[in-house]
Structure formats: C-alpha cells, structure tokens
Ligand binder design. Sequence first.
Ligand code: XMP
Length: 477
Amino acid sequence: MVFREKLPLENTVLTFNDVILIPQKTEIDPYEVDVSTYASKSIKINIPLISSPMDTVTESDLAIQLARLGGLGIIHRNLTIEEEVEMVIKVKEAEPFNIHLNYALLDMNCIDVLKLMKEYYISTFPIVDNQGKFIGIVRKEKLISNLNGRVSDVIESCSSICNVVTSVNQILNIMKSTGLDIVVFIDDYGKFKGFTTIWDVMYEKPFQPALDNEGRLIVGAAISPFDINRIKKLEKYVDVLVVDVAHVANVKAINAIKNFEKEISCDLIIGNLGTYETTVEVITEIEKIDGVRVGLGSGSICTTGIITGVAAPTLWAIAQVADALYDYGLSKVPVIADGGIKYPGDAVKAFTVGAWAVMLGNIFASSKESPSPIIRIGNKQYKYYRGMGSKSAKEKRFSIDRYGKKIKNIDEGIEGLVPYKGSLKDIVKDFVSGIQTAMGYIGAKNIPETWIKGKLKLITQYGKLEIEPHSLKLSID
Ligand code: XMP
C-alpha cells in the first residue's frame, strides 16, 4: 500500500486544511460504521480516540471517562513518579461505568427531589440520612402524587444495593431481580458511596467501555525514555507506555529505548515520528514497537514549526510513517495521528492515509473532565490549555527532558484558553458521530476500509471559503 501516493502533490507537505475527502457510492448508514480499532498491538479500543499526555488534558478523571466511552487516556508525565502511578491505579480501580454522587435527604420536599432526578431519566432515587447512611429509595410516581409532601412520606426500603462491583453483569442482575433502574453502592457500614443507573450500564454502540483482560478500564502513561525508574514503576500497572518525546529519531532517545525495551511487559508506543526516512532509522533499531505516535508541529498549542521552521504536519507525516512501516513488514503496528485535529473529518482524512486512531489535546482540554477548573469571563466559560513545551509547563521540572531547558532554552508551545464544551461524553459522542458520517459518505464500513477507499483531493483557498458557512450576516451560537 502506498499511502504517500494518495496525497495530491506528492512533493508538497499537505495539511488537513489543504485537502477534502471525495464522496463515494455507499451501502451503509453512518450508525452502521464500525469505528473500533487498535491503539497499540494488543490494545483494542471501541472508538478511535486517544487523549494527549498533557497536563491540561489527561489525568485520571479524563482517562476514566474516556475509557468508559471506549477510548484510551494517556496520563501525562509532568508529575512525580508516585503521582503518575497513583493516577494510573485510580483508573484501574474505577468502575467501568458512571457513578453518581447525588442523593436526597429524608426531610426534603418531594418536588425538590423530582428536580434532582430530572437529569438522570430514572424512576427511582436514593435517600440518605444526615450521617450519610443509605436508608431507602423514593419512586417518581409517588413523588408526583405527593408533590407538596416530604420524602419521609414516600420512602421505601431497597435491596438494589452493592458493596463491591465485580462486573456490569452483576449490576444488571441486581436491577433485574429488584425491578429498579438504579443500584446503590454502600460501604461496610452502610454509608452511601453513589449510585449507577440503567443508562450507565446499557451501553449504546459503539460506546462500550475499553477493558483489559480482567475487566478493568484500560489506561496508558507517558514516559521519558531516559527515566528508567518511572518506566519500571509504571509498567506493572499500565496497559501501554507512551514514549513522550517531540522527535524520537534522536540517537540518544533510540539508545535509551533499546536499553529498556526488553524489560517491559506492557505495550510500548513510540513517538513522535514525522518522515519516512526517520521512521526507517527508528524501526530498524528498536525491536519493541507496538504503536507509533505521528506528527510534529501541528498541535494547536505548538510553536515548534514557526520558531524552528521544522515540522512534519500530521496528515503528511502519517502517509510517510505508514508507508515506512508497510515497507518494513510492520503494517500491523497501529499508527496514531497526533496534533492539529480540529474536526471529525480531519480524523477520517488521517485514516485515509494510514492512521488507525487520532490523539486529541485541544478538543479534550475543553471538556468538564480535563484537569483545569472552568474559567468564567463575562458570560462565557473557558478551560486552560497549554503546550508541554510552553514556558509554564516547563517550569514544572518534570517536563524538562521533552522540550527541556537542559538541552533547549526556547519555548516550543504556548498557553491559552479554549471554550468550555461540557461533558466529555457529549464531546466524544458528537465527534464519533461526525467520524461515522464522514466514513458513510466515502462508503467505508470500518477504518481499514478507509485506508483503501478514502480519496483526498486538493482544495483551493476559494474552495475552502465556499465549503465553510458563508453569506450570513450573523450566526447564532
Ligand atoms: P492538539 O492540536 O490536539 O495537539 O492540541 C496536541 C498535540 O500537540 C503536541 N504538543 C506539543 N507540540 N509544543 C509542540 O510543538 C508543545 O508545547 C506541545 N505540547 C503538546 C502533542 O503531540 C500533543 O498530543
């Protein structure tokens, strides 16, 4: 397969913005498109989305939620080793479905409980006493028939409870036997820990959780190839380690990877790679390559390309790297497109030239689950997002060896605000549905078919203006 030939103008470095996907005869509806793929040789994901290991993107909260939706989170390494390990363990210990912490108290008004229940689309709600002990449930129909009364008038005892979660099936069995649409979690002393609903465990396709062999959520962690202590501590817990250097085709980085590659038992994704030639250099030296992270300088917070004049924009780089892997018998190594992905269509353009999945920083930074708090300016809400080579990220000493001061003084990233977009679940669902729609237009039933069927053509500046919304005085957000 020659992916480089699929890009118009073979000798020009093209970006996502330069090309469009060509519609083709199709037999499938978007919801039928299978977006499952591999993040690395042994890690299957149900949606092709991986989060960037950046300190304003992936800590345990986002990794948990993304794995629950079928993707993979990579914990960043701008942390102490202990903190990074702890975040990985937190993901591994999390239930593979949502746990809600809301509850109602015995002396509340029925009407107020109905308001609390509204966001969950359920007919039962847990009641807790003033000491935090779970004491029963109320049913929606009883609350409605007693609108001016209190919870104490309508409370019922409840056996839909669970101490230790073993599997989704266990939760479904409890719901079946009690006929209720929630299961309440309590500790050994009967204290309320949270509840889950039927909607949290009846997954709609393709958003089934991505699990390891023991039924726990999958998670990855970023490493520096020079930090052997971190590697040894993390490899016991994670599903995949991700070498997190801007340009892995560096003799020192290659040698460092060769020193530890035989000692790790989990998968290893290496990166970042950007050209055919450098990929050949790397894959002929390193034996353990379970996945590659591709793209240099396209990220929304990157200044590498501008400052140094050196870049391998993601779309172009994918074709380069995928061809090198193919030519050297490594076509089973998953290729991750990393940086500059703004729209679902960009992901499908990346698949067209050989990508298996995409890595997202900016898009996930805008979610509720990313590490920074919501920032309000006027009536708008934002989240903070910064490059790992930005001044402030580098000031945290643990990022030192990626774009660090020891070897480089120049900052290679910026920081800023991204509009707050709400829950990761909504963001992911929209993004995946966009990918399915794009794949539907080009008649590709799954990602491997996109490698073959996807066709890209150059678009002009005028063309771009035409396919954007236009001829409106004002658009309403
Ligand atoms: P997006 O476009 O999703 O890109 O925001 C995220 C990717 O950008 C890379 N990254 C950087 N690149 N300087 C760079 O040149 C930086 O400071 C920087 N921080 C992150 C990284 O590959 C990430 O996944």
